[in-house]
Design a protein around this ligand. Structure first.
Ligand SMILES: Nc1ncnc2c1ncn2[C@@H]1O[C@H](COP(=O)(O)OP(=O)(O)OP(=O)(O)O)[C@@H](O)[C@H]1O
Ligand code: SF4
Ligand SMILES: [Mg+2]
Length: 336
């Protein structure tokens, strides 16, 4: 089980005509991913998804809050002692080509991590070749075909499978897949998503899936949990099917309407949510972060900060004072 409590992160960006500014990338995020579980983070560009994924994988520090891996608080350990814990969490990047060294064959790419694994687990060096074949089988590749080849000799889908096989060399507890299918040909995406679902079932590995596209979140498993992130805050959280069928936060509703966004305004009775681009990040925030875009904002929303939790008989957690099922559409930027 990997958990986070109150994770915050602020970046100080320097330079540019506007001079230095602070970006509050994460504002107190809680999460929990159990063994074999599937959690998806969705939200628009810049909401903090990648930052959170990198913090969870131990690749980025955070300002406050606590990450625990199997009950061990990472803040209680020295950086060196944290490494074996974070090694159990493997990041899969969106671009499998840049993740692989173009001058190395697939065999060479798997050899080094497997040789290390053999030493760590007291296995003989001869174990490595058989394990390389097993891992490629597991990710749906023919070892005889793939092992001697260089990345450029493989399709994008095959390369991403090799990256996943390499991540599996360390027997990870969790794969963090950051937009892992966005750069892959559309026809091959479903295969990769099905593979991630299959690895959950066969190995008990959990998957943290980061995406713009809620439709892809469903393929990791319909038992999964969805976290909807807006400007570094989780605004809705619950079972993926519940949120997709009955979102209650206006931002989630707008996000789910984002596919028919170009003609969505013609939907009768739908309330438009203002586009991004009008946000003034540097202004101190009072009240709900979404208030300036929200068609349902009341005086209370401008003063009080809504906290993630459950209300009434709504099954999912949400951070909204006026949650209900209703028709909302996102307005494309430039149409406000
Ligand atoms: N290393 C960094 N230095 C300064 N600012 C950063 C850094 N990394 C991220 N940010 C800022 O933090 C915010 C969150 O970025 P992040 O990459 O986590 O968003 P994201 O949700 O993954 O977006 P996308 O969907 O475009 O990948 C953005 O405003 C971004 O500009
Ligand atoms: S709390 Fe108010 S402003 Fe925020 S999303 Fe809900 S209705 Fe809109
Ligand atoms: Mg990102």
């Amino acid at each position: 089980m990997i958990t986070g409590q109150g994770i915050t992160k602020t970046f100080r960006q320097r330079g540019g005509v506007l001079g230095a500014r602070e970006v509050r990338a994460l504002r107190g995020v809680d999460f929990a991913v159990g063994r074999g579980g599937a959690v998806s983070f969705i939200g628009e560009s810049g909401c903090g998804k990648t930052t959170l994924g990198r913090i969870i994988a131990g690749l980025e520090g955070h300002d406050s809050g606590e990450i625990t891996v199997d009950g061990v608080a990472m803040s209680s350990l020295r950086p060196r002692a944290r490494r074996p814990y974070f090694r159990r969490i493997q990041l899969i990047h969106q671009d499998p080509y840049s993740a692989l060294n173009p001058t190395r064959t697939v065999y060479q790419a798997l050899l080094a991590p497997l040789a290390l694994r053999a030493r760590q687990t007291g296995r003989p060096a001869s174990w490595v070749d058989g394990r390389a074949g097993e891992l490629l089988d597991l990710v749906g590749l023919d070892p005889d075909y793939v092992l001697p080849r260089y990345p450029h000799q493989l399709s994008g889908g095959m390369r991403q499978r090799v990256v996943i096989a390499r991540a599996l060399t360390v027997d990870p507890e969790m794969l963090v897949a950051d937009e892992a299918v966005s750069m892959i040909d559309v026809s091959l995406r479903l295969g990769i998503l099905a593979l991630l679902r299959d690895l959950r079932e066969r190995l008990g590995v959990s998957v943290l899936f980061i995406t713009h596209d809620v439709a892809t979140a469903r393929y990791i498993g319909d038992d999964g949990e969805l976290y909807v992130i807006y400007r570094g805050q989780v605004v809705e959280r619950g079972p993926v099917e519940t949120i997709i069928s009955a979102p209650v936060h206006p931002y989630t509703q707008a996000l789910l309407s984002a596919i028919p966004v170009l003609h969505g305004l013609e939907r009768p009775g739908a309330q438009p949510v203002a586009p991004t681009g009008t946000l003034e990040e540097d202004k101190p925030d009072a009240g709900c972060l979404f208030a300036r875009r929200c068609p349902f904002a009341t005086a209370r929303c401008a003063e009080e900060v809504p906290v993630l939790g459950r209300t009434g008989d709504i099954p999912q957690e949400h951070a909204c004072f006026h949650p209900e099922a209703r028709s909302v559409v996102a307005v494309p930027a430039g149409r406000a």
